[in-house]
Design a protein around this ligand. Structure first.
Ligand SMILES: Nc1ncnc2c1ncn2[C@@H]1O[C@H](COP(=O)(O)OP(=O)(O)OP(=O)(O)O)[C@@H](O)[C@H]1O
Ligand SMILES: [Mg+2]
Length: 251
């Protein structure tokens, strides 16, 4: 049994309930390039956190660091998910303890149908939502279950990418720009689904260029600027703060 460290002395950790996901003093590099410069934050169970900031601020790098991808290299800090030390794990091990990253490029497997893409996610335990339940969540996928995944529209591919993550037994869902390149009506549909997923108790981090949309969905927001956290507070606070929005989000 792993014991979670006491992060209570850290300024960003002044929360009363224990966090579900804790990132503490994380530093990430691509080779010599120092990108994530010592960030700390908590995400509580069932919460949606929007991770925002300008292009190149380090949002994708933060998600990849949490998911323990090979690149970037995290050379300092701790990442805990439900008492599990992610910082000691490979990306594969992190996935087996409930970490699900939906990358920006969606990574649909060519030559496989919608259903085969989902089945592949369930090839080994721990298994999450059943395929039928995923089709209830995304009826468009059910209608296209026998269609080659790469022939889906952009919005449908994004749905498949999210569904594939949920097909595993997830504790936290990390979404990198899920609305990118999608028409507003499809964004509405995906946003509605993310609310349903939240109602089922999922903990989510959403990275989005469409900051207003992300803030409308999120409970809390973190703003990154050149690899450091410049704001950690409620999503409503960002929506109300024109200075903050203009300075760091250009909205
Ligand atoms: N594989 C890599 N090798 C070297 N530098 C990288 C690599 N990937 C990203 N970077 C650099 O790291 C910095 C942060 O990139 P990151 O992709 O995390 O930003 P982001 O906030 O997700 O930006 P965007 O909003 O454009 O997606 C950028 O300066 C980028 O050029
Ligand atoms: Mg990015």
């Amino acid at each position: 049994m792993n014991v979670k460290p006491d992060f209570s002395k850290h300024a960003n950790q002044a929360q009363t309930a224990p966090a579900f996901l804790s990132v503490w003093d994380m530093h990430s590099y691509y080779g010599e390039s120092y990108i994530v410069q010592g960030i700390s934050f908590n995400v509580h169970e069932g919460e949606i956190l929007a991770l925002l900031g300008r292009n190149g601020a380090g949002k994708t790098t933060t998600l990849r660091s949490i998911a323990r991808m090979d690149n970037p290299q995290v050379n300092h800090g701790e990442i805990w998910l439900d008492h599990q030390p992610l910082h000691k794990m490979t990306s594969y091990e992190a996935a087996t303890v409930g970490l699900g990253l939906v990358p920006e490029d969606r990574r649909i497997i060519p030559g496989l149908t919608v259903e085969e893409n989902l089945q592949l996610a369930q090839i080994a335990p721990p298994i999450g939502w059943s395929i039928e339940r995923l089709y209830d969540l995304f009826p468009r996928l059910g209608e296209r279950r026998n269609q080659d995944g790469v022939t889906l529209s952009g919005g449908e591919q994004q749905m498949l990418s999210i569904a594939r993550a949920l097909a595993r037994d997830l504790k936290v869902l990390l979404l990198d720009e899920p609305y990118e390149g999608l028409a507003p009506v499809i964004v509405d549909e995906i946003e509605k689904t993310l609310r349903v997923i939240k109602e089922q108790g999922m903990t989510t981090i959403i990275v989005e260029q469409n900051a207003v949309r992300a803030l409308q969905l999120a409970d809390r927001a973190i703003i990154l600027d050149t690899g450091s956290i410049v704001f950690d507070g409620s999503a409503a606070e960002v929506l109300e703060n024109a200075t903050l929005r203009a300075e760091y989000l250009a909205i």
